[in-house]
Write a protein that binds this ligand. Structure first.
Ligand code: GAP
Length: 517
């Protein structure tokens, strides 16, 4: 069921110009995607929402746009050359390659699903008198399954923490985990695979320098920490935010734009006094969760998830997860990175990256709290949360189906469509005049082909919140109807009030107001 929904969202994205497979005419490039005419608008609106909330609402956060290429030593210092690896395993029969940790995680999820199924069945059987806690602690089958899951999870976390690849392989063998595509259990040993893409700077191969495509935007911020602090006369605590492309040679790239090889991040590094990390970690956790909640979707689909295995740079880390059709998965990570990155870059470059704190009268390497989000995952979250199939009643009494994207109006790719009711009697000319007036403020669409009903359906499918219809009454009294996407209600309004009405309904200020403390 959920997988069906996911398939529908993927094909909707293609059919309606949101996302295309990269290099499609050459049969595509795996895990690389292009954003189409409506996709790019939604993406830009998401960036604006993030940027305004993180940079403009906070007096102490500024922006940056650092280059993708950086000196290769940056990645030695950051630990990415030695530690940015995934455990890889090949199936000898199918020749397919997998992430060993993902195979185990999928297995654990299946075991947990079995427990949940038992609980659901019992809840149905017992009705209102069902006590889940009691059932979990007394039902022998559930107790056994839970024991198995807990002990396996402990072994798994231990193997990851110790980077014990033999132990990881042993878990796969012990659990009888098979190749998900072919069922074969003929596995190689687990090996490490570095996720960074390499390229070369310079035209003569002997002189060329090996470079990496950045796997995170964060290091560009750390390198510019003192430039921004000094030129902007910034006082700690302060943050630097940037959005941009990142690249990872993912072993298994799957789930559409959830795991890509070229993707976009929106990251903010917040520099603080050592010792204040717990306070600021909690602060940014709450601030970031509120940012998602302000979108107005079902809040039960959002949750925090603490990391079982910390990245090489993190002291504490939590994810903000969203319930995608394939389960709860990470959209954003919030990390307490201590002074690890600035300290390492200082050590490798030999240049001081310290801050003089005039209140304390001492210099130190600041600590850092990071908020790091994947823009493409956010995009997928918005599409998943707004995709609706609805049965609607037609005037004839018959029913019809519509697919509607209930994207929050301020994020919608097209804000309004201007539609002459018929393609004659001077209505197209009036409609174009209205568009020419409003196009300076909104992304407007003009459409005159097909019946008005069909045109409404097309706009619903791309999430346009308002359709303005010009009809014969417009000629007489200069009024038009606004049809609202979500309710399908229509309202008659004077043309000269359109700008203010729509401006009010798509106001980003109202959303940001909810976040302003
Ligand atoms: N600077 C810290 C950092 O990069 P991360 O958890 O590895 O942390 C941050 O990545 C975010 O980037 C993730 O929460 C996710 O949303 C996004 N992301 C990571 N890998 C991705 C991929 N292969 N495709 C799409 N988004 C990805």
């Amino acid at each position: 069921m959920a997988q069906d929904l996911f398939k529908k969202i993927i094909s909707h994205c293609k059919e309606y110009g949101f996302i295309f497979q990269s290099s499609e005419i050459y049969d595509g490039l795996s895990a690389v995607y292009d954003y189409g005419q409506f996709g790019v608008e939604l993406k830009n609106n998401l960036v604006k929402y993030w940027w305004d909330a993180v940079v403009y609402l906070n007096e102490d956060v500024v922006g940056l746009d650092s280059a993708i290429f950086m000196h290769p030593k940056v990645w030695e210092a950051s630990g990415h050359v030695s530690a940015f690896n995934d455990p890889l395993i090949d199936n000898k029969d199918s020749q397919k390659r997998y992430r060993a940790d993902m195979l185990v995680e999928d297995y654990l999820e299946k075991q947990e699903a079995k427990i949940n199924k038992e609980i659901e069945k019992a809840a149905k059987r017992f009705g209102d008198s069902f006590d889940e806690e009691k059932f979990r602690t007394t039902n022998p089958r559930v107790i056994n399954l839970q024991k198995k899951v807990d002990s396996l999870r402990e072994k798994f976390v231990n193997a990851l923490e110790k980077d014990d690849l033999d132990q990881l392989k042993q878990i796969i063998v012990d659990c009888d985990i098979a190749d998900p595509e072919t069922g074969s259990k003929n596995w190689t040993d687990v090996r490490k695979f570095n996720l960074m893409f390499e390229t070369q700077l310079g035209s003569i191969s002997e002189e060329a320098t090996k470079l990496y495509l950045r796997p995170e935007t964060a290091q560009g911020i750390f390198l510019n920490f003192l430039n921004v602090q000094k030129s902007g006369r910034m006082k700690i605590p302060f943050g630097i935010a940037q959005t941009g492309k990142a690249f990872r040679n993912e072993i298994v790239a799957r789930q559409f734009i959830f795991r890509m090889r070229e993707f976009e991040q929106m990251e903010m590094e917040f520099f603080i006094r050592p010792g204040e990390e717990n306070k600021w970690f909690e602060y940014w956790k709450e601030a970031r969760m509120n940012w998602y909640k302000a979108l107005g979707f079902d809040e039960s689909k959002l949750r925090f998830h603490d990391h079982e295995k910390l990245a090489h740079y993190a002291e504490a880390a939590t994810d903000i997860q969203f319930e995608f059709p394939f389960g709860f998965k990470e959209i954003e990570g919030i990390h307490s990175r201590t002074d690890f990155d600035l300290g390492q870059q200082q050590k490798f470059s030999g240049k001081k990256l310290q801050y003089f704190d005039s209140e304390l009268n001492e210099s130190y390497v600041p600590y850092v709290i990071e908020t790091s989000m994947g823009l493409d995952r956010l995009f997928l979250m918005i599409l998943t949360a707004s995709y609706c199939e609805e049965e609607i009643e037609k005037e004839s009494g018959k029913t019809d189906e519509r697919v509607v994207l209930r994207i929050p109006a301020f994020l919608a790719p097209v804000k309004l469509a201007i539609l002459p009711l018929v393609n004659k009697d001077g209505l197209p000319e009036i409609a174009r005049e209205i568009r020419d007036d409003l196009k300076f403020n909104f992304n407007c669409h003009y459409e005159e082909k097909d019946s008005i009903g069909r045109r409404y359906r097309r706009q619903d499918a791309i999430g346009t919140p308002f359709c303005i219809t010009v009809d014969h009454q417009t000629i007489q009294d200069n009024t038009v109807t606004i049809r609202y996407r979500d309710t399908m209600n229509q309202e008659r309004v004077p043309v000269n009030e359109l700008n203010d009405i729509i401006q009010d309904k798509i106001s980003l200020k109202k959303i940001l107001g909810k976040l302003n403390k």
